[in-house]
Design a protein around this ligand. Structure first.
Ligand SMILES: Cc1ncc(COP(=O)(O)O)c(C=O)c1O
Length: 475
């Protein structure tokens, strides 16, 4: 019987010199007897198919992506090239230190840069996301108090404006979550915080600027209060894009920090691709880091150090998402001192849009913002279109919707983060669109409710999708 190869090619076997492809290698019983029935398509057909699919997708290459809290900044194409270099991409994680000197050097240098940028004393690159960094950081806090014999410290204080991953991560480490409310300026209420402090408090988790895009002005007072109470301060560095080079978590009095490399240092976050959430700690916590940490010996050789006295153990297989580390390192080298400028531009852009939209949309916390700000669609909701409707309408103007309904303390929240990457023309285009939508809602809300009208998928029934998910591609 002829093999499928022989049938389709019309040749008796495919020969490579003396060697026939299938002969003697694959047992006769396993050889396919019938045609496989694959569609016959040219390379061009396939290319057009995938291009058409990708055209249906919205991405940062196509338009403005002001997804608050996700820092959808420009990801330089050269980063992709570097992460794909054969020596990086094909390196096997089981290779010896001797064989991996280049990768280890990059990781060591990145650790050093992150130490410098955060002001902290030691870094692990292992965590694979921001939330994973939080989990790692809180495991370190837990173990620190265990070793100190202060196991009664079972509570973690978290502001009501926090990202949901904060309470989730602390809870996963076995802590009890205590919420502290925000004051009228959208910042931690100091009196409320004081009333929560006792010998059972292990730590506070704070984001600064917080998720309202507001800088916590009382952070030094908070740090003082916490340390006097014998507690630690955890810094959620997901919003670090706002402060790079201007201040750092060490200056603000934090003990443990995570950074979202996949937001602050290119590799935009919103695509849901691989991330990296390195954790940096002060000197007294470095013996608790996950092992191994990359070090350099007296001869200038790089090695993985597993000898960490109170290590919490490994938090990820191998050493983290190496490709994201390469991108972040490239971005830091490329930017140098301009990291500071990137933060300044991000803050300027957010304030520019905020000032142009306030009044038309409600701005619950009317004050200078950092890299993002939160509007409320409450007024438009009363006129018949909720924040969800505004988000959908934006899609008809080739604009990704902002983050909506977060943070939870703002009704009908619309969280806008333009990033530093965009030109004034793009920001002005977005402002015009938002103003146009507000006017449409006043005059003809029914039309807005039909959006999105230009996307391949129109409105979906999200409740039904959540309750009865249909996960079958084709019947
Ligand atoms: C303030 C804040 N904290 C934590 C996280 C969690 O990061 P990740 O999604 O990488 O787990 C995010 C995500 O955007 C965030 O905005």
């Amino acid at each position: 019987m002829k093999t499928i190869f022989e049938k389709s090619t019309g040749v008796d076997g495919v020969s490579f010199g003396e060697c026939k492809l299938t002969e003697g290698i694959i047992p006769e019983t396993l050889l396919r007897k019938d045609l496989i029935g694959l569609p016959q398509l040219s390379e061009l057909d396939v290319m057009r198919h995938y291009k058409e699919l990708s055209d249906r997708n919205f991405c940062i290459e196509k338009g403005f992506y002001p997804l608050g809290s996700c820092t959808m900044k420009y990801n330089p194409k050269v980063n992709e090239l570097l992460a794909g270099l054969e020596g990086f991409a094909n390196l096997h994680p089981m290779q010896s230190d001797e064989d991996s000197q280049g990768a280890l050097e990059l990781m060591f240098n990145l650790q050093e840069k992150l130490k410098y940028i955060t002001g902290m004393d030691a870094v692990t690159l292992q965590p694979a996301a921001g939330a994973h960094g939080e989990l790692t950081g809180m495991m370190i806090v837990k173990k620190y108090f265990e070793v100190k014999g202060e196991t009664q410290r079972t509570k973690v204080i978290i502001p009501d404006s926090a990202h949901g991953t904060n309470p989730a991560s602390a809870k996963m480490c076995g802590f009890e979550i205590v919420e502290v409310k925000s004051n009228e300026k959208g910042q931690v209420d100091i009196d409320a915080l004081k009333s929560l402090l006792d010998e059972n408090v292990a730590a506070i988790m704070m984001t600064n600027p917080n998720t309202l895009g507001i800088f916590e002005e009382k952070v030094l007072e908070i740090s003082d209060l916490m340390h006097k109470n014998g507690s630690l301060l955890y810094y959620d560095g997901a919003n670090f894009n706002a402060i790079m080079g201007w201040t750092n978590p060490a200056l603000m009095g934090f003990d443990v920090v995570h950074l979202n490399l996949h937001k602050t240092f290119a590799t935009p976050h919103g695509g849901g691709g691989p991330g990296a959430g390195p954790v940096a700690v002060k000197e007294y916590l470095k013996e608790f880091l996950p092992s191994p940490v990359v070090k350099k010996d007296a001869d200038g050789k790089y090695y993985r150090d597993y000898d960490i006295k109170h290590t919490i153990g490994k938090v990820r297989s191998f050493y983290g998402n190496f490709g994201v580390l390469v991108r972040a390192y490239a971005y830091i080298l490329m930017m140098g001192d301009n990291l500071k400028l990137a933060s300044a531009d991000a803050v300027l852009n957010a304030n520019y849009i905020k000032e142009k939209l306030k009044g038309v949309y409600d701005l619950p916390y009317d004050q200078p913002c950092m890299h993002e700000f939160v509007l409320s669609g409450e007024k438009q909701h009363h006129q018949g279109v909720s924040t969800l409707g505004i988000a959908k309408r934006l899609m008809d103007s080739n604009c990704h919707p902002p983050t909506v309904y977060f943070p939870l303390i703002v009704h009908e929240a619309i969280m806008i983060e333009p990033t530093e990457s965009e030109s004034k023309a793009v920001l002005d285009g977005f402002i015009d669109t938002m103003l146009k939508i507000a006017k449409e809602i006043e005059e003809n809300p029914e039309e807005v409710l039909k959006s999105p009208q230009t996307t391949p998928i129109k409105r979906v029934d999200e409740t039904l999708a959540a309750r009865q998910p249909n996960l079958v591609f084709k019947e």
